[in-house]
Design a protein around this ligand. Structure first.
Ligand code: IPE
Ligand code: IPE
Ligand code: MG
Length: 236
């Protein structure tokens, strides 16, 4: 791996918790629990590799379709993660943000997340973005509504709406587009993750289930990324 060419922004679809658990005849929540442990290690690795931004897909707008006890369990695990890790994240100069309308989450989760955002907001190290109740279509729709409101109120001219303007109205405003998107578990789809932002991202898919994903797998994905030729529509 070339330490001088670490991607500025890595985004990860942390998939396969359920199948990891099923393979071991464990309940799905055991998979989500194991997944949180892995997340801790990956955040640390990104920090020490000098990655600027790490975005993880933790709960999608579509994941509400799951059984109530799984949804509740995922949020309980999230609260426990923040409780356990916040001090260390802060110590490591990590800035935590949330992408998505997290006000719809259970109250304890909202409180814990607000605490994490507030405590780490001045940090200058890794920016760690947790996508929660996140869906790209939802994000783009609320951005379009907000632009339309500005036009309606005469604060914005239609001809001034460009790609940058829309970007500025998304949850990811101010965050550079992901250079590398990784999805674990063998699925090869985006599932409503960063559709607008990943227009020119490099994709790495691995069959490894998220709870089995290690810093070595992360490094392998970065190496694969470094071997790609990014042209952005131009010629090399
Ligand atoms: C990803 O693992 C975590 C969330 C979606 C919250 P899954 O729970 O989707 O695991 P599989 O895809 O069923 O194995
Ligand atoms: C995407 O995984 C969402 C997260 C990892 C949080 P899913 O497991 O929900 O995606 P699908 O249903 O397989 O497309
Ligand atoms: Mg899945």
């Amino acid at each position: 791996m070339d330490k001088e060419r670490i991607p500025l922004h890595i985004a990860i679809v942390m998939d396969g918790n359920g199948r990891w658990a099923a393979k071991r005849s464990l309940p799905r929540l055991a998979g989500h629990n194991a997944g949180m442990g892995v997340l801790k290690e990956i955040v640390k690795s990104c920090s020490s590799l000098g990655v600027g931004h790490l975005t993880v897909y933790a709960f999608s707008t579509e994941n509400w379709k799951r059984p109530e006890d799984e949804v509740g369990g995922i949020f309980r695990i999230l609260v426990a993660y923040v409780e356990k890790e916040l001090a260390e994240l802060h110590q490591n100069n990590v800035r935590v943000t949330v992408l998505g309308d997290y006000s719809a989450l259970p109250r304890e989760a909202v409180i814990k997340l607000d605490e994490a955002l507030d405590r780490t907001k001045e940090n200058t190290g890794l920016a760690f973005h947790i996508a929660l109740n996140y869906g790209s279509r939802d994000e783009i729709l609320q951005g379009v509504r907000s632009l339309a409101t500005e036009v309606g109120e005469g604060r914005l001219r239609i001809e001034d709406i460009d790609a940058q303007k829309l970007s500025d109205h998304l949850y990811t405003r101010g965050i550079p587009d992901p250079d590398l998107v990784i999805r674990t578990s063998g699925e090869k789809r985006l599932s409503n993750f960063l559709l607008w932002q990943s227009a020119y991202s490099e994709f790495v898919f691995t069959d490894v289930y998220w709870p089995d994903f290690t810093p070595a797998h992360l490094c392998a994905a970065i190496e694969e990324y470094q071997g790609r030729s990014r042209r952005f529509g131009g010629v090399k």
